[in-house]
Design a protein around this ligand. Structure first.
Ligand code: IMP
Length: 187
């Protein structure tokens, strides 16, 4: 697993930092005046893909009182999507009455999030929004509204900045397209 497995870089470290700061600004604008240390915003990171994005977003939110929590959902195997969503690990805290933002790495078909948002809605949060770093608009089949999105990308399979291919490549500091040979090699 090396950088030579990457066909091209879609988003450099600097570009990602710009996107994350823009998203944080929008969230601050919407929530700064309505959350407090007593009633903080809840950021729900969807593991594992969002772990790096969430940590950068959380730091960029600076003075906006918020807490973080995580869920693990399985829906993806290798390079293809299925609508078989399972909650593998749940939140540690209740979101009832709390302003909540689900933080996801990438929305592809949207099926994972559609099922997840339906589950979270039944827990009666004060509000429930969705923030995703990347969106693949051409493959979206589920009816999910993304409130905060970083960038649209094409249908190519991308890795890095938390995004994996069979658990590899998450630690790349940038986001890139995987070479076809690498897709075969790490199957
Ligand atoms: P969806 O249910 O089809 O929207 O799938 C979303 C999930 O699939 C994301 O949370 C990612 O874990 C994974 N995924 C979708 N596209 C990619 C990709 O290009 N690279 C890595 N993971 C991806």
């Amino acid at each position: 697993m090396t950088e030579s497995d990457i066909e091209s870089v879609c988003f450099s470290e600097d570009r990602i930092a710009e996107i994350v700061h823009r998203l944080a600004e929008k969230i601050r604008y919407d929530f700064k005046s309505i959350v407090s240390p007593q009633h903080p915003l809840v950021l729900v990171g969807i593991l594992k893909g969002s772990y790096i994005f969430l940590s950068d977003l959380s730091r960029a939110l600076k003075d906006v009182p918020h807490v973080v929590d995580f869920m693990t959902v399985s829906s993806y195997h290798g390079c293809s999507s299925t609508n078989n969503v399972k909650i593998l690990s749940d939140l540690r805290q209740t979101i009832e009455g709390k302003h909540t933002i689900v933080v996801e790495d990438i929305v592809d078909t949207g099926l994972t999030l559609q099922s997840l948002l339906n589950i979270l809605k039944t827990r009666n949060p004060a509000s429930l929004r969705l923030c995703t770093l990347l969106q693949k608009p051409y493959q979206k089949v589920a009816d999910v509204t993304v409130d905060y999105y970083g960038q649209h990308i094409g249908p190519e399979f991308v890795v890095g900045y938390g995004l994996d291919y069979n658990e590899l490549f998450r630690n790349l500091p940038y986001i890139g397209i995987l070479k076809k040979e690498a897709i075969e090699r790490y199957k």
